[in-house]
Design a protein around this ligand. Structure first.
Ligand code: ADP
Length: 265
């Protein structure tokens, strides 16, 4: 802990007393350090694909000039590097929007059952290509909460995408939605959304840090899968804005389950 200490006379001239102010500097220093780390991370994440792009432009102008097969190969690498930058910038924009709105209560009525079904449907092709089966368990009735439709869709999207991405071939992803139920409603408990996969699981040491910006367990694997390291940070801020809670349970070798609990109103 560091303190900023300053003293000044209470009146001009002779000094009848001294006012000593102690201000805790720790929080400010920590916030400043986090900001510096964030800028360094963003710069690094953007610089890597940019360096590759500049290198390939040189190669296309030079050695690959007369080799159409090489040109095609380099162009597709450039396309994927540009795609990576694009995803990073989109996620940064989402994160800053979500952070700016975190204190503003959402006001729209959102029907969760339809929202979940829609996102799962949108994943069918991607999951099929990845060899992953998605199963859904939805309640028989509509479940309405007060929230922000686009942001809740993004929560679902990020969690299901991670499950499909990291679980690997032949895995199963289960997406489950349960309503608050009478008793839970009375006690103010909420809607429960669970995304469980039968993937490799996550070592418990990583769990407390998963929602930090740019925290990845395996950076190479995340990049290879098109990850930006911002998905769960975005999820956390959206869940906070909805006054909800996010839980992660995982057993290495068996799978991972993310649970989002959202208040009804
Ligand atoms: P990324 O863009 O790297 O996926 P996220 O913030 O979405 O970033 O996730 C952070 C890290 O958490 C990932 O890099 C991955 O290592 C790990 N992770 C997230 N979801 C899962 C999952 N369902 N199974 C295993 N690991 C996961």
């Amino acid at each position: 802990t560091s303190f900023l200490v300053f003293a000044r006379p209470l009146t001009e001239g002779t000094i009848p007393g001294v006012l000593v102010c102690l201000e805790d500097e720790t929080h400010r220093a920590h916030a400043e350090q986090m900001r510096r780390d964030f800028v360094a991370n963003v710069s690094h994440e953007l610089k890597t694909p940019l360096t590759a792009l500049i290198g390939f432009i040189d190669t296309l102008r030079g050695p690959a000039r007369t080799d159409p097969a090489a040109q095609e190969r380099f162009l597709s690498i450039m396309e994927s590097e540009a795609g990576r930058m694009n995803r990073l910038v989109s996620d940064l924009l989402s994160l800053s929007r979500v952070e700016a709105e975190e204190r503003v209560r959402p006001t729209a009525r959102v029907e969760m059952r339809g929202l979940v079904a829609g996102v799962v449907r949108a994943f069918e092709t991607l999951a099929g290509d990845a060899g992953v089966t998605i199963e859904t368990e939805l309640p028989p009735e509509d479940i309405e909460i007060i929230g922000d439709t686009d942001q809740l869709r993004q929560v679902l999207w990020n969690l299901i995408e991670n499950a499909v991405k990291y679980a690997g071939r032949d895995a199963t992803v289960r997406v489950m939605l349960t309503g608050p139920g009478y008793e839970a409603k009375v006690r103010g408990h909420g809607v429960r959304l669970r995304i469980a996969d039968t993937g490799p699981g996550i070592d418990p040491i990583h769990i407390p840090r998963l929602t930090e910006r740019f925290y990845r367990i395996d950076t190479h694997r995340s990049r290879e899968k098109g990850g930006t390291g911002l998905g769960l940070a975005i999820v956390k801020h959206i869940v906070n804005r909805h006054r909800g809670r996010l839980f992660v349970e995982s057993t290495p070798g068996q799978g991972t389950e993310f649970t989002v609990v959202l208040p009804v109103g």
